[in-house]
Design a protein around this ligand. Sequence first.
Ligand code: FES
Length: 276
Amino acid sequence: MSAPADNDVSRAPTGVRAPGRARLAARTLRTDRWWLSPLLTVLGLATFVVYATVRAFVRTAYWVPEYHYLTPFYSPCVSTSCVDGSSHFGHWFGEMPSWLPLGVLVLPFLLGFRLTCYYYRKAYYRSVWFSPPACAVAEPHARYTGETRLPLIVQNVHRYFFYVACVVSLVNTYDAVVAFQSPSGFGFGLGNVILVLNVVLLWAYTLSCHSCRHVTGGRLKHFSKHPVRYWIWTQVTKLNTRHMTLAWTTLGTLVLTDFYVMLVASGAIADLRFVG
Ligand code: FES
């Protein structure tokens, strides 16, 4: 096998080692704490992944029968393994083996939605893959092919995950509405406040998606001929500017919602009731 020729573009070094780039021995000349942001990002993501994985598999304390609180990690619960009352959309499957999460129907799509999200890509490309870890800090990889080939070209399916995420947000909305219950009929408590807050922020995160912005206003040649789509696009664009904030906030509200339902369902605390 012959060695690659210097003019073989497909094998030529890329990124900071590309021809024409300054040859610096130091990885970076930055003297500030540039590593703090990627470190906090990876800690935040790892905390969520560990918490969500544990909760998705434990199969306990996910449903409060008195008030119809269902944690989003188990919604929709469509197996006969789900506890009585928690299957708002009926039983689609029989018993599930204990190694499968009861939310298996949507968890892969939600994971795919977040993993392919433009913001999260930036976050984990920088903090996990160091590509690059920060501005003006050289990445450790010799080559850069971006998202033009496998496996990262798969990131382009994000727009399809967006459609599924809309359906899941509808399911979570239904869960939040049917939770206005008490043993005597209508009622609400702190759990409802948390469920509603979570679902509102989930909608804000979902609708602030870059794919949503494209769906609403993309490929239009004349905004003036599509005033309704233009108006929707401007609203989505405003939300889109807060996409990173919403990405982190919703990780927090998902954990908060699940944790609160777990505490009430397990009897560790009583729900703070306002009515009923
Ligand atoms: Fe983040 Fe679509 S870009 S959810």
